[in-house]
Design a protein around this ligand. Structure first.
Ligand code: NIG
Ligand code: FE
Length: 385
């Protein structure tokens, strides 16, 4: 069964050879989808026939958003922590323990139901690829089940046993790292594609450079790809460590040294910016211009989690990136689609060229620029083909 999608006022393909600029933008375009893949793309006037026709009536279409960083396996609520932050209490990751207690007490079914609701919420806003991390279980059994639950919803699962040191291990941080790199990794690796660590040496809760290296090296030796939470609360060794270990992505990058930027620019590691975090923690935003001008590949993601940022909206993050990080609307859209795909090393998504997965987000607007121009307006939805 093939479907011809017509009436596309503006189509972003992210294939520069298909249209204008880095977004490969086509006007008055059409798309043919067959067996879940893009079979043809080009000017509407030249479109071939198909079994079925969908008319977008002059709306814009873009690749479905790739949200390459979320923490959506959790129970409980931290609205009170957010409320306190808005009157001056700083974010330091300490609230993660509250979510760990609630998550450990929840059933697999409750965690799975909630995750599926979040995935549907994201999809309704145009997100078609979702990465999901563990990190609120922090025991062998609770991390393994978090990943089992996540794997029912997405293939892009990340083992984050080294999110924080759980309270019961506070007196023996290195002992906890040995647990993570030993039995926890052994139980989790089969359910995960990636390993991640919250590397933040100045934090009382997260991990220093040596501990982060141990976690990432063990994950890599177990066959997992590397990602790092780095430079969220202050500069640290996480970015250089990630680049050295061939990380697909280092995430947050709010505080970067010149050496970090140079190392990223000379590598294939993506810098994933999460501006919803700065919004929701009342913190200074990262400088995307500094990264883009140095030639670093930048992705945008939500970081959706109950503590530092509880939004599942990629359009909101695009609007923030344009308004607060210094990105153009085109750079922000690219980062939220093709950039996310690079951060997950999945070339089948984040673009709409022939052979790509037919993940299409439709905008109730004539141009992708409206994603930033009309902040907070629910313009994006997912086209079911
Ligand atoms: O990416 N920084 C560490 N982890 C999450 C926050 C988790 C939480 O506060 O519950 C983040 O911001
Ligand atoms: Fe995160």
């Amino acid at each position: 069964m093939s479907t011809l999608v017509t009436g596309i006022a503006e189509l972003v393909t992210n294939e520069p050879e298909l249209g204008e600029g880095p977004l490969g933008l086509l006007r008055e375009a059409a798309l043919v989808v067959a067996d879940g893949r893009v079979a043809w793309v080009g000017p509407a006037a030249a479109a071939p026939d198909a079994d079925r026709r969908v008319d977008l009536g002059g709306r814009a279409a873009v690749p479905g958003f790739v949200d390459s960083h979320t923490h959506l396996v959790f129970a409980g609520d931290r609205a009170a922590e957010f409320e306190a932050r808005m009157t001056g209490t700083p974010y330091d990751g300490g609230g993660i323990a509250t979510t760990v207690t609630a998550t450990r007490a929840a059933s697999d079914a409750a965690l799975g139901d909630r995750l599926r609701r979040f995935a549907a919420e994201a999809r309704a806003q145009g997100t078609t690829t979702l990465e999901v991390k563990s990190g609120y279980g922090l025991t062998v059994a609770d991390e393994a089940r978090s990943l089992r639950v996540a794997a029912e919803v997405t293939p892009h699962t990340t083992f984050l046993g080294a999110h924080v040191v759980p309270p019961e291990c506070a007196g023996d941080r290195d002992g906890y790292v040995r647990q993570v790199t030993g039995p926890m990794l052994a139980a989790c690796a089969q359910h995960a594609r990636w390993v991640d660590v919250f590397c933040e040496p100045g934090s009382a809760h997260a991990f220093d450079g040596d501990q982060a290296r141990a976690v990432l090296a063990a994950g890599r030796a177990a066959g997992l790809g590397v990602r790092v939470h780095a430079g969220q609360l202050g500069p640290g060794p996480g970015v250089l460590l990630g680049v050295e270990l061939g990380a697909a992505s280092v995430d947050h990058c709010t505080f970067l040294t010149d050496a970090d930027v140079d190392a990223l620019a000379a590598s294939s590691t993506v810098a994933t910016l999460l501006p919803g975090v700065e919004f929701s923690t009342r913190s200074p935003y990262p400088n995307a211009r500094r990264l883009l001008d140095a030639g670093v590949t930048v992705a945008l993601a939500t970081d959706c989690n109950p503590g530092s940022c509880f939004t599942s909206s990629m359009p909101f993050c695009i609007a923030l990136a344009v308004r607060e990080l210094g990105m153009t609307p085109a750079e922000a859209l690219w980062a939220a689609t093709a950039g996310g795909a690079r951060a997950l090393q999945d070339v089948s998504v984040g673009r709409l060229g022939v052979g790509a997965t037919a993940d299409v987000a439709v905008l109730d607007a004539p141009s992708f620029v409206h994603l930033a121009y009309r902040p907070g307006v629910p313009l994006a939805s997912t086209l079911d083909l």
